[in-house]
Design a protein. Structure first.
Length: 192
């Protein structure tokens, strides 16, 4: 049995446990867990708390969450990040891509509400974790501009890539990454 290290001043420490339910076909198989160490807990019975899944979010999901319907799956995915149900992996390439997409001409046609855009920016900046992935060659994904998604998923150990891009979904799945569209990802969150 794996035993956590006791840290004197910590209430929760990261601790990875093996997932025992692999046969269920769980798309988010590798989840980090936290072990809460309390002064009142029995020494050999730590309280194990599951943490939120870590995702790599395609920038178009962010844009759709800002300019689309508030009840849409993209906006609800951003809300899941905002409330802490989901953790977000970020990288410099992700931030460059988002800046590029938000500066495109079609964005001026949609005129996003400033409050929604500001809240999304705060959510992403405050709730995201920055990673510095190495640039790799992903030959199964023809669009080199989307390689950053796979670089970030690989470097961060993300549980899932959330995207609407079917080419990214196919390539990620072929490479062994878990990738879902926002509606399927939200359905998974509701089930777990």
């Amino acid at each position: 049995m794996l035993k956590p290290k006791r840290l004197p001043s910590a209430r929760c420490v990261p601790f990875v446990l093996p997932n025992l339910n692999l046969e269920r076909g769980d798309p988010l198989q590798h989840r980090q867990r936290f072990v809460r160490i309390s002064r009142h807990a029995a020494p050999r019975e730590p309280c194990v708390i599951e943490t939120a899944p870590l995702i790599v979010l395609d920038t178009m999901v962010v844009v759709s969450g800002i300019i689309g319907k508030r009840s849409g799956s993209d906006a609800r995915t951003l809300e899941a990040i905002d409330t802490g149900r989901v953790r977000l992996a970020l990288s410099d390439a992700w931030l460059r891509e988002l800046t590029d997409v938000l500066g495109r001409e079609f964005m001026s046609e949609h005129d996003p509400e400033p409050g929604r855009a500001f809240r999304a920016g705060l959510t992403l900046g405050l709730m995201g974790t920055l990673f510095r992935p190495e640039r790799l060659d992903w030959v199964t994904l023809r669009d080199h501009n989307d390689w950053w998604l796979l670089d970030l998923a690989y470097a961060s150990g993300a549980d899932c890539i959330v995207t609407r891009d079917r080419r990214v979904l196919e390539a990620a799945t072929q490479l062994g990454f878990d990738a879902l569209m926002p509606p399927a990802f939200l359905e998974y969150l509701d089930e777990h």
